[in-house]
Ligand binder design. Structure first.
Ligand code: NDP
Length: 481
């Protein structure tokens, strides 16, 4: 059985504990590799390696740093098929999704930041006849990056690439639930010739490895993506140490469909935004609000399409919905469907676990599920389920739709479907969300700031925001001669 190893000081290492955890393929329900069950001692080794490497990496000409990141991007492209297969097996997601979205986006992250760092500028202010103030940005030294299981390589590299580009060494932890692509990335970094200690990847549990990274006094910045409860815990440890913190957390995203929408487009995209990656994308819409004049027509067409969605073996090319990430997560999703029934909801599509025939018969699958008849105050509509479960509810006016959409503690993203430009601007401005898509979904430009409001997080990733996050700004004022 394959043994995943830590990547520390340029080498692939066993954990100091000598202990390993099981890595389960969720589509078949079987252990297929082992993951280091690392401890704070491994994090310490990683920090030491980063400390050794940081001066040289930080002062390397940016063109050389950029070249190195481009090399990694090119190698990710060269290994696309192997990475896509690994991600599909690790995560349960359809291989077509891993091949067309997750892995290309991982190389795009490295390529984007390799170029962005070359084009970054700082400010200067001329103060009349007195002097000149100019700003310099310096790397923080060592950055801690912690990422979740839903888009394993995509989100891991979304943090690592800007941290490295801006001259930091990194100690990173992928989710222990989906560690394989991070392990393959460490092999790619070795192949690219990344200097030892610049990137260190420590595998293991959040409470051991993750907390050791967050609490380490020599790691001044933490970039975290994951659940809101974990984000709170991290903030509690990091805030008294005055660390820089970027927290990208959970969501419960509304999808508002007005009578004046382009119906076919709204229907097709809402299917995708509800069930892509089995609903396990933080930006998936899980609360669909449809204006009363379109409600019946939409619900009928939506349910019809959901019922024929191809759920099954993630390695089959035509599969549209694969397994959810783990048995525990399957149980959580099914628990929420039971809760929805208890709360008075009517399950109009799906609602159960699913066992495909053949090699996936023991895998962790959930039927794409649509629930109606619930109001916004119930737990089903307030808590993040993070699976293939959506609720559909009618509304009458713009004000009502805005109220419903803003009724949770989350504020990550929202989607609005209307052909009325005035309405698009008005509703877009009134929604409490970090990103609002109008007549589209998941259209991303890596230059735009990304992040949530309310309990969906603090800080912004993407573009210059990420480069700024991983650096500290200093002003120098020189008197005119
Ligand atoms: P978790 O919060 O459980 O875990 C995220 C990462 O943090 C994992 O690597 C985890 O390790 C680690 N971790 C867990 N506990 C601690 C701790 N005490 N200290 C430090 N690190 C810790 O999230 P999930 O992996 O379950 O991911 C799903 C969540 O992520 C959802 O809520 C989703 O909305 C959110 N998310 C948000 C995004 C955004 O951009 N806002 C994007 C994608 C997902 P381990 O796996 O070992 O527990």
């Amino acid at each position: 059985m394959e043994k995943i190893l830590n990547y520390i000081d340029g080498k692939l290492l066993e954990p100091t504990t000598g202990k390993y955890l099981d890595n389960i393929n969720p589509a078949i329900g079987e252990v297929y590799s082992n993951i280091p069950d690392s401890s704070a001692a491994d994090v310490e080794l990683a920090v030491k390696a980063a400390e050794k490497a940081k001066a040289e990496w930080g002062k390397m000409p940016i063109e050389d740093r950029s070249e190195m990141l481009l090399k990694i991007a090119n190698l990710i492209d060269a290994h696309l098929e192997a990475l896509a297969k690994a991600e599909s097996i690790d995560n349960g997601k359809p291989i077509s999704l891993a091949r067309t979205v997750d892995i290309p986006r991982a190389s795009a992250n490295f390529r984007f930041y390799a170029k962005a760092i070359i084009n970054q500028s700082t400010k200067a202010h001329i103060t009349a006849d007195k002097g000149i103030n100019y700003t310099v940005r310096e790397p923080l030294g060592i950055a801690g990056c912690i990422s979740p299981w839903n888009l394993p390589l995509y989100l891991f590299t979304w943090k690592i690439a800007p941290a490295l580009a801006s001259g930091n060494c990194v100690v990173a932890k992928p989710s222990e639930v989906t560690p394989m692509t991070a392990y393959l990335l460490s092999k790619i970094c070795i192949e690219a010739g990344l200097p030892a200690g610049v990137l260190n990847i420590v595998h293991g549990l959040g409470q051991q490895v993750g907390e050791a990274i967050v609490a380490h006094p020599n790691i001044p910045a933490i970039s975290f993506t994951g659940g809101t409860a974990t984000g709170k815990k991290i903030a509690t440890i990091a805030a008294p140490m005055f660390k820089k913190l970027s927290l990208e957390l959970g969501g419960k995203n509304p999808n508002i469909i007005f009578d004046d929408c382009d119906f076919e487009e709204a229907l097709a995209t809402t299917l995708r935004s509800s069930f892509a990656n089995q609903g396990q994308i933080c930006l998936c819409g899980s609360r669909i609000y449809v204006q009363r004049g379109t409600y019946d027509k939409f619900l009928t067409a939506f349910v019809e399409k959901v019922k024929v969605m191809q759920v099954g073996d993630p390695l089959e090319e035509e599969t549209k919905a694969g397994a959810v990430v783990s048995e525990q997560h399957q149980e959580k999703i099914l628990h929420y469907i039971s809760l929805a029934r208890l709360e008075g909801g009517k399950v109009v599509a799906g609602g159960n676990a699913y066992n495909p025939k053949g090699r996936c018969k023991n895998g962790y699958f959930v039927q794409p599920t649509v629930i109606t008849g619930l109001d916004e105050s119930c737990r089903t509509n307030q808590e993040e389920i993070f699976g293939p479960v959506v609720t559909v509810q009618p509304f009458d006016t713009e004000e009502e739709a805005i109220g419903l959409a803003n009724s949770t503690k989350y504020g990550l993203s929202a989607t609005v479907w209307t052909q009325n430009l005035k309405r698009a601007h008005k509703v877009g401005a009134a929604l409490k969300a970090g990103i609002v898509w109008v007549n589209c979904w998941l259209v991303r430009d890596l230059r735009t700031p990304f992040g949530g409001v309310k309990q969906s997080g603090v800080g912004r990733e993407g573009g210059d925001e990420a480069l700024n996050f991983f650096t500290e700004e200093k002003n120098i004022c020189i008197k005119h001669c």
